[in-house]
Design a protein around this ligand. Sequence first.
Ligand SMILES: C[S@@+](CC[C@H](N)C(=O)[O-])C[C@H]1O[C@@H](n2cnc3c(N)ncnc32)[C@H](O)[C@@H]1O
Length: 376
Amino acid sequence: MSQTHLGYDSRVNLGSYYTPAEIVNVAWEIIAPHVGSQTAVIDTACGYGDFLRNCGQATTIGSDIDETAIDVARENNDKVRFFQTNALCDVSRTKFGIPEQSHLIVVGNPPYNDRTSLIRHGIKKVNFDIDADIASRDLGISFLRSYNKLEADLICVLHPLSYLIKPTNFRLLKEFTANYRLIDGLLMSSGEFPESAKYTPFPIVLALYRRDVQGMAYSFIRSFRFRVAGKTDFCLDDFDYIAGYIDKYPKKKHRPRYDDSLFFWAMRDINALKRNRTFVESYSANTIVLDKQKLDYYAYVDVFKRNLHRLPFYFGNCDVLIDDNLFGQYKPFFISDAVRHHPFLKKHFQINPIAKQQVASELDMYFELLLGEHQI
Ligand SMILES: C[S@@+](CC[C@H](N)C(=O)[O-])C[C@H]1O[C@@H](n2cnc3c(N)ncnc32)[C@H](O)[C@@H]1O
């Protein structure tokens, strides 16, 4: 079932992209072993209540701010206690009638979107209050914080992987990460959701967190082994990244000098690299003034961009990957490829011409060695 009662703007406003049944089922496989007779299962952004279907003996509670969604949910399931309410305001167990001693499991797929960027694009109307201690520019971050306020014992929700792997996001989750530890993480692509076709797919994690006073540090996430259905696990620490070698962003002190400066578009992550250019001709607030000592590495990123089709979706929020030793061995082929696509680079490198065919097969080899089983 999908959110057929809502028009485009409301779907964007409420982040209403309902979850395909197969994914709901996977979430249930993960939490089923933890559900007991003292358990309350809640989905505070429940839509039609699809995550609350097969709860067995547990108490089940659903809430949504969307009145029509709650009406449909009520018709679908009379065993669940439904509330039409804003789940981010006056957050407490009392609000949902959950006793303090209950073992509480949160399930679902809360909305995630960047409120400020949607407002800028004139779509988003923020029409609900959010408790000050859980407010954030991204609704999904506020939802995670709200689960901490509910003191949920277990949380099994979908959210963008970027919340965990981008250090700036991870810091926004400070109180959350002080109290929860990730115990399972299954990666999937946003492309698995209907309606997502217009956007570059980004990685989503079906995450299982347990309340734990140890919490988790960012280094814990870097070494966490995420699962990917039918594929090898993904761990950030298994790779080295370009940020260790060159500036990804413009720096104030780097201004263009004379006429011979070279410019490169700022790098955010792999998904941004898909959309953006690499070498550019003129200076702007988004361009890096190259340190020519490191031109090799910028050439590397340029070649990497042309090889992004080899990477599975879950690298979308990572930096460009590199194996520096291997790059040392394959460098002439990278430079040759970069120069062929940007002839103005020629004067900056002393290299002998290499046949296009040979460059292609050597680059094939590099990427095979870099990505191993991850290569698609
Ligand atoms: C991604 S949908 C998920 C619906 C359902 N859990 C599912 O996966 O099929 C997000 C839901 O959050 C609801 N929502 C958005 N903001 C909310 C808020 N402040 N409080 C409660 N629900 C909210 C939307 O109306 C929408 O139904």
